[in-house]
Design a binder for this molecule. Structure first.
Ligand code: ARG
Length: 587
């Protein structure tokens, strides 16, 4: 049996049965168990239950206490204040639980799978074809990747979808421009790939855009080209395909730099739903969910109005017959619900698209595609700000290329690694520099709750002190070095040993990894895992300061402390992996 019941779940069960024996109508009520400074755990739920049952809270608490079975797990329970319960855990239960986690041969540290896993389709990492990836694309990729790891760890069936922007008016513009200016991507340029090809494409995009905005006749020709594209004209389609292929090579290179696995089969861009668009419109119109208004097919909402007080509709089909972003997203919902059999649709997308998703989801609900059993959620994230607190821009006021930022992070991190390096070769410094630099960028993003803006501050991100991935990576490497130094002596649990305060605090926190993961996955909140790991490293530091490991008093104590070190290392390693961050063995 690999899965381990955590101490807090165990105590929770003890309390729940004592509670329902005392007050049958309270069966199933939550005793509100929390970690506490005064005891190991505190239960605050009795107060509200007593109030509801019109009972004296202290008396009720005293009766519950008399029914709690103490012994192997709960060493002591007492009433405190107006009716709280203070609970102390037996040392041997702490060590014993960690030993069971340590023995889990699957490497999952005894974390159980969710009881009722479902299928989640997650829409994340969605850059746009022929456009440079900028800092805004960082968050969707980093947050999305971590949520994928978290959900899969709980046993959820996860289907990944990269909804890249690969269709629409801008491609008519691009193709028309390139046809008229073939020299802009000459045969030499056509052979370059990756970064260089992308910056050519990006330049082409900007030039085409400029002409489109200033030259009415070109605009008309570009629009006609969109019609050709949509009608499947061979030459036009071939040019489009070249843009897509070229851009994908570039995307893959950026995701690789981000140390992130993106699979080609999961890239289903906007164009992937072309065949469904007409049907989507027909279904919406026939059911009356959408109506014709000035030639366009629209969905109206009572509570969504523009500044002039007039309702703002979701336009599913434009009056010229064209389909836009909404039609694609509604078709994608049908695909994900009916073909991929999703229970949950998750969208990791910028908060500035919140209105779009509100309208799209509500439309899908009215159409019956979403309901109580199949739900859609936007995991909306805030903006990346510069040091000055304004949206991140270059000195010239341009958006910052993502690769440039990543390269700078790697450079800075390599300098930090080099400075501290003791026995690392040049090659190792380069490898660790990338792991530390990319980890720093990811951690900074994941350690604030997604919906908040955050400042992109490389100095802070690669700092060795404070809430950074570098700090966590060094903590991990230090533990690994202690374990190497122990030589012949192996870590081993000794549940019979009494624990020092710092050992208890570390042990209880280690045991709560399972709950943290459960909560972070259920709430799509990697920042809760990040906060947990940071606290873990801090608790480990105080343990290490107060409790000598290799020079502990008895051989059994040396083994037991090495064991605590090793469980900490494994937990850090697993936790960081769920954030998509590497933990090098040596730094
Ligand atoms: N490509 C879009 C952008 O860069 C994000 C796509 C989000 N996903 C979706 N299903 N609409 O803004």
């Amino acid at each position: 049996m690999a899965s381990v019941t955590s101490l807090s779940d165990n105590v929770q069960q003890h309390l729940a049965s004592a509670l329902s024996a005392t007050l049958p109508e309270a069966a199933g009520a939550d005793p509100l168990l929390r970690r506490s400074d005064r005891a190991d755990f505190q239960a605050n739920g009795i107060l509200a239950l007593a109030k509801k049952a019109k009972a004296n809270p202290r008396e009720l608490a005293t009766q519950v206490v008399s029914r709690v079975v103490t012994g192997d797990v709960i060493q002591d329970v007492e009433v405190s204040g107006p009716g709280f319960l203070n609970i102390t855990i037996a040392d041997k239960a702490i060590t014993g639980n960690l030993a069971a986690r340590y023995a889990d041969e699957t490497g999952r540290l005894g974390v159980p799978y969710a009881e009722h896993p479902g299928t989640t389709v997650i829409d994340y990492a969605q850059p746009n074809v022929a456009k440079e990836m900028h800092v805004g694309h960082l968050r969707s990729a980093v947050i999305g990747d971590s949520v994928v790891q978290l959900l899969e760890f709980t046993g959820e069936n996860v289907v990944r979808r990269h909804h890249i922007g690969d269709w629409g008016t801008q491609f008519g513009m691009l193709i028309q421009y390139l046809d008229e200016h073939p020299h802009e991507l000459d045969h030499k340029a056509a052979e370059v790939t990756g970064e260089e090809a992308m910056s050519n494409l990006d330049r082409l995009y900007k030039a085409a855009r400029k002409k489109f905005d200033s030259d009415e006749e070109f605009k008309t020709r570009a629009r006609r080209r969109v019609v050709d594209l949509q009608a499947g004209d061979e030459h036009t389609l071939a040019m489009w395909q070249k843009f897509v292929d070229e851009s994908k090579i570039y995307f893959f290179s950026v995701f690789e730099k981000l140390d992130m696995e993106i699979r080609d089969a999961d890239i289903v861009g906007e164009s992937g739903y072309n065949d469904m668009l007409a049907e989507t419109c027909r279904l919406l119109e026939e059911s009356g969910v959408a109506v014709r208004s000035e030639g366009a097919l629209c969905v109206f909402f009572d509570d969504i109005k523009g500044p002039d007080g007039n309702p703002v509709p979701l336009i599913v089909q434009k009056s010229d017959g064209g389909y836009g972003y909404a039609a694609t997203d509604l078709s994608a919902i049908r695909d994900r619900v009916f073909n991929l059999k999703a229970n949950t649709l998750l969208y990791v997308v910028d908060a500035r698209q919140a209105l779009h998703f509100r309208m799209v989801f509500e439309t899908a609900r009215r159409a019956g595609w979403l309901n109580d059993d199949v739900t859609a959620v936007q995991l909306a994230f805030g903006t990346v700000l510069g040091k000055d607190g304004k949206p991140f821009k270059t000195r010239e006021g341009e958006t910052v290329r993502l690769v440039d930022l990543l390269d700078e992070a790697i450079d800075r991190a390599s300098a930090v690694v080099r400075e501290k390096a003791q026995d690392l070769s040049e090659e190792e410094i380069a490898e660790r520099g990338a792991q530390v630099g990319i980890g720093a960028v990811k951690y900074a993003d994941l350690s604030t709750s997604a919906n908040r803006d955050y400042k992109f501050d490389l100095d802070q991100m690669v700092s060795l002190n404070g809430d950074t991935s570098v700090y966590l990576q060094y903590a991990y490497a230090r533990i690994r070095s202690i374990l190497r130094k122990a030589g012949e002596v192996s870590p081993a649990a000794h549940p019979e040993l009494a624990l020092a305060d710092a050992e208890r605090a570390l042990g209880l926190h280690l045991d709560s990894f399972a709950e943290t993961v459960r909560e972070a996955a259920a709430e799509y909140a990697p920042h809760k895992l990040a906060a947990y790991l940071y606290q873990l490293a801090s608790l480990y530091t105080s343990f290490y300061d107060k409790c000598p490991v290799l020079r502990a008093e008895t051989p059994a104590q040396v083994e037991n402390r090495l064991f605590l070190c090793d469980v900490t290392a494994r937990t850090l390693h697993q936790g960081m992996a769920l954030l998509g961050i590497r933990t090098p063995e040596k730094l």
